[in-house]
Design a protein around this ligand. Structure first.
Ligand code: ATP
Length: 216
């Protein structure tokens, strides 16, 4: 496999870029999507979370009340630490499992990891950063997610800066323009990715422990 790390700030356009790459034939392993899947109604991880944080975080239909969990995690540093200790290894294991499935193929595999700058991975064949000015991030999060400006800015302030991210990038996608401009850049990234040498045996494993301040 050719293993590419894809990252960018909240609302920068990672999922949009991932789906454009998927259309071109890439395999996408999306950390956020896996996190959501593992916390779906009835998932075993919910039992573990309820044991630590209380049964009131689970709704009558068995689904997770995210708001409730978020409130607990953000009002108590130990709770956030414990939450990360429960969720991160489960997500990591599932990401590893999916990587192993394609390791011995010639596919281009995209690891979509929002906090890749903060939590580096070994042996990536390349890193793609989706970059937008903070004002564009805030505007898109408000328009498409209904997020309050101050909330968007608070999350952005906790993440790596644009400079920190672009420093680790092999390819920077400027997503401040329209979707047509994005398509052109994704085409170029796809061409670049396909000619990279394949990943080594341990590629994709974490270089250090996950950051304690990740969002639940
Ligand atoms: P998150 O960090 O929350 O996972 P993300 O980085 O994956 O977000 P997307 O979900 O891809 O970002 O994009 C955020 C929003 O902006 C989406 O609604 C998407 O449709 C929109 N968007 C992305 N790129 C553009 C663009 N070039 N022009 C207009 N809207 C865009």
């Amino acid at each position: 496999m050719i293993l590419i790390g894809l990252t960018g700030g909240i609302g920068s356009g990672k999922s949009t870029v991932s789906s454009l790459l998927a259309k071109r034939g890439a395999v996408i392993i999306d950390a956020d999507a896996i996190t959501r899947e593992l916390q779906q109604r009835g998932a075993p991880l919910l039992g573990v979370l309820a044991e630590r944080f209380g049964a009131h975080i689970i709704a009558a239909d068995g689904s997770l009340i995210r708001e409730e969990l978020r409130n607990i995690a953000f009002s108590d540093a130990d709770a956030l630490k414990d939450l990360n200790k429960i969720v991160h290894p489960a997500v990591a294991t599932e990401m590893d499992r999916r990587m192993e499935e394609v390791r011995n193929t010639d596919k281009v595999v995209i690891l979509d990891i929002p906090l890749l700058t903060e939590n580096p991975r070994k042996g990536l064949c390349g890193i793609v950063v989706v970059d937008v000015p903070v004002e564009v991030q805030v505007a898109r999060l408000a328009e498409f997610r209904g997020m309050k400006e101050e909330d968007a800015r608070a999350v952005i302030a906790k993440q790596a800066t644009r400079e920190e991210r672009t420093k680790i990038a092999d390819q920077v996608i400027d997503n401040s323009g329209d979707l047509e401009s994005l398509q052109v850049q994704v085409d170029a990234v796809w061409q670049w990715a396909q000619q990279l040498p394949p990943a080594t045996e341990d590629a994709g494993t974490r270089e250090s422990k996950t950051s304690p301040n990740e969002n639940p």
